[in-house]
Design a protein around this ligand. Structure first.
Ligand code: NAD
Length: 481
């Protein structure tokens, strides 16, 4: 921990926390005031080679460590994360910007995920299929896939790495994580918990650098058997191509553009309260953020007014401040993106009901923004906004809104609000997305599969599927001699 309460930034290679061998670094910025929090070391090619060698060497050792023992390490890791939650959450807010209470909720989720994988790894059952010969057995075994290369983004500095770190460790894999260079401290702090919990040296390695250089170096390496990436669709497609060329299994957790359908039988007041909280959580920088709001015409104007009223009253300030409802955006790229989305929506005839502007000129703050009567042609209705801007538009009929909801190539999450159970069932069947929330935004839980379809990627993190993503399926045919 540094004097400013921020994590000490180091690489973690073969059990050693240290600087890069060539001394290259980059600044990590606090998005609330643009101050430099610390310098982050970059891994040189020699450092990456060491991480690869360590992961390769330790894979058979960790694979052959009984699941019972792996579970103990994970349980101890979760316990240490719980003991250190205040400090790690502080690091998270300083580097990423979200309000401190949200950072603690995120860390709470990271702890639960670690605990869940601790419990699940001892249940990595295979199965026995009735044999065709007398006395024969046909067996399916689950085995760890091998060393993993994991790449994680800046919007959830705890949850996105831990989903990969805990699942890989639980399955019996070694792992090299390249977390986001913009929010590295949280991942480093969690890696310290793994080490202090007794994870053998070299099973987990954390590196940083120029993202494309690191991924191009480690994905093709023969030691690596699995890629897991969370981030944007363009980068996901690039890494998928590389994984395909080298025949590596891949999980791709990419962007989304979640429709939110509000039928006029739903209670507008309750729905607005829930979705405003969901929309502006982490300043909208959430892959499953409620994004496009389709509200049935009878309730449309009431919905828009209530939404704008609550959004306009939010306290947007430094996430470490008491009473903050929303912090800054995580980087200046998002500020430029928001300004562009709002200007374009205006040009297409949208009515800016609240917000629409940057706040101040120090720190990356943007007003919670509500756009009404947004044309389907606007960029914000077609590209992932990843920020605190909510476009709302009316609809008439069930079939019409399903078609509008499904019209994009995104397929991560969809949400719908109705008190009609028949409608709810039909929605769950017809919405084209990996996750559907009916009267609920709670679609990310340790025990349930989290992942998209269409351009939003493939594979799941969470649930039994999250562990299977790090396992090979082996078939054994045993005829008694
Ligand atoms: P970006 O596409 O440059 O980067 C996205 C993430 O991928 C970053 O964490 C980055 O470090 C990493 N990355 C970039 N190039 C890489 C490479 N060649 N190899 C390995 N990793 C690489 O965009 P950005 O400006 O950081 O974020 C903008 C967009 O990314 C958002 O609009 C959103 O759509 C998407 N995003 C999605 C998620 C998610 O949870 N699915 C998270 C963060 C960002």
């Amino acid at each position: 921990m540094s004097a400013n309460g921020y994590e000490k930034l180091e690489l973690f290679i073969d059990g050693e926390f240290r600087q890069g061998s060539e001394g290259k670094t980059e600044d990590v910025i606090n998005p609330a005031d643009e101050s430099v929090l610390a310098e982050l070391p970059h891994a040189s090619t020699a450092d990456l080679d060491e991480a690869l060698a360590a992961a390769d060497r330790m894979f058979p050792v960790w694979r052959d460590t009984p699941a019972f023992k792996r579970a103990q390490v994970l349980k101890k890791t979760a316990q240490l994360m719980r003991e250190r939650i205040d400090d790690i959450s502080r690091t998270l807010t300083l580097e990423q910007g979200k309000v401190y209470s949200e950072a603690k909720v995120e860390m709470g989720a990271a702890i639960e995920i670690t605990e869940w994988y601790a419990e699940e790894c001892v249940r990595a059952y295979g199965r026995i299929i009735p044999g065709r010969m007398p006395g024969s057995r046909s067996m399916v075994l689950k085995e760890p896939i091998g060393p993993v290369a994991a790449f994680t983004p800046w919007n959830f500095p705890a949850v996105t790495p831990i989903r990969k770190m805990a699942a890989a460790v639980a399955a019996g894999c070694s792992v090299i994580v390249k977390a986001s260079e913009e929010t590295p401290g949280t991942c480093i702090a969690m890696a310290r918990c793994f080490q202090d919990a007794g994870l053998p040296d070299g099973v987990m390695n954390i590196v940083f650098g120029v993202p494309s250089e690191v991924s191009e170096y480690i994905i093709p390496h023969p030691a690596i058997r699995k890629i897991s990436f969370t981030g944007s669709i363009p980068v996901g497609k690039l890494l998928s191509k590389m994984a395909g060329e080298h025949m590596k299994r891949a999980t791709m957790e990419l962007g989304g553009h979640s429709p939110v359908i509000v039928f006029d039988d739903a209670d507008t007041e309750d729905v607005v309260k829930m979705v405003v909280g969901g929309k502006f959580r982490n300043a909208g920088q959430v892959c499953v953020s409620p994004t496009r709001f389709y509200v049935q015409e009878n309730k449309y104007s009431e919905f828009v007014s209530k939404f704008a009223e609550i959004a306009g009253a939010m306290n947007v300030t430094n996430g470490m401040e008491e009473g903050a409802d929303m912090g800054p955006l995580a980087n200046p790229r998002r500020l430029d993106a928001m300004a562009g989305f709002v200007a374009d929506a205006r040009e297409h005839g949208a009515d800016v009901r609240t917000g629409g502007e940057r706040i101040g000129n120090q720190g990356f703050f943007f007003q919670p923004t509500v756009l009404a009567d947004v044309s389907e042609e606007s960029r914000i209705m077609n590209e992932e906004p990843f920020g605190p801007v909510a476009p709302i538009t009316p609809f008439k009929e069930f079939d019409e809104v399903i078609e509008r909801a499904n019209r994009l190539e995104f397929g991560l999450a969809s949400y719908a609000f109705t008190t009609d159970d028949n409608k709810a069932n039909a929605l769950a069947d017809k919405l084209e997305s990996g996750m559907v929330g009916v009267n609920s935004l709670a679609i990310s839980l340790p025990e349930t599969p989290f992942g998209g379809i269409k351009d939003s990627g493939h594979g799941s993190e969470g649930g039994i599927e999250g562990l299977e993503a790090y396992q090979n399926t082996k078939f054994v045919q045993h005829w008694m001699a």
